[in-house]
Design a protein around this ligand. Sequence first.
Ligand code: 9D3
Length: 267
Amino acid sequence: MKITILTLFPEMFTGPFSCSIIKRAAEKGLVELETVNLRDFTKDRHRTVDDTPYGGGPGMVLKPEPVFEAVETIIGKKGRKPYTVLTTPQGEVFRQQIATELAGKEELLFICGHYEGYDERIRTLADRELSIGDYVLTGGELPAMVMIDAVVRLLPGALGAPEAASNDSFSAGLLDYPQYTKPAVYKGLVVPDVLLSGHHQQIAAWRRREALLRTAERRRDLLVQADLSREERAFLAEKFPGLYGSEDAPAGRTLRGRARGKREEKG
Ligand code: 9D3
C-alpha cells in the first residue's frame, strides 16, 4: 500500500512514522509513506495557503488552489487518483470497519487541514470525509496519524502473529476481556481461578462472558452491531433488563429509557 499525506506540517508525522509497527511495516515493504507539503504548491511570494472567509466571520480558510494543484500533481505522477480521505470535524466518525475498508485500497491520499476550515470546493476532491470523534483538535494531522495507524496494523504481515489483527475483540464488535499475568496474587489482588485451571474450554467461555458483560456495562451502543448468538443475547437480556429496548425497561437502562428518565427528572 502507498499512503500520501498532504499537510502543512509534514514534520508532525516524522515521530509516529519512525516508531513501532508503522516503521517495521515500512521496512518490510508493506507500506510506503510520503508526506507532501501543501505550501510547496503555492505560487505567491508569501506562500499563502489560507485567506479570510467570503461573507466575513472569524478565522482563516484553507484556499483551494494549493490543494487542487497538489492533488493534480500527485494524480499526474501516479496516473490515477488515489482513494482520497479529507480529515474534517464534519466527517463520518472513523471506526474499525472503515479501517478495514481503507486497508483494502492500493493507494490512499489523506488531505489534512490545519485551519478553522476549508474552502468548500476542496471537498470535491475527497472520496470520503472522516473525523476521529467529537472533540476539537488543532488540525487534521493527528486524525490522519490515528487512521493510518489503524489501517497499517491491518496489512497482512504488519503484526507479529498472523491472527493478531483478526483476533481483536473489536472485530467481533465487543470490548476486550480482562487479562492477567504473573504473579497470581499481587497486593492481595487475585487472578481468577479459572485462568489458572488449564481448562481451555472454560477459559474461552469465561473470557467471552466477561467481554459480553463489560460491553453491556460500558458500551451498550456496541452490542447492537455485535455478532452474538441467541444464547448470548438471552444471557445479557436477563442480566440487564431492558437492554434490547423493551418498553417497560427501567429508566436509564436502555437508550430510550435513559431519555425517558431524563424527561421524568425534569417533570
Ligand atoms: C468544530 C470546530 N470548528 C468550529 C468553527 C472550527 C474548527 C476547529 C478545529 C475546524 C477545524 C479544526 C481542526 N480539526 C480538524 O481538522 C479535524 C478534527 C478534529 O478537530 N476533531 C476530530 N476529528 C478531526 S478530523 C480533522
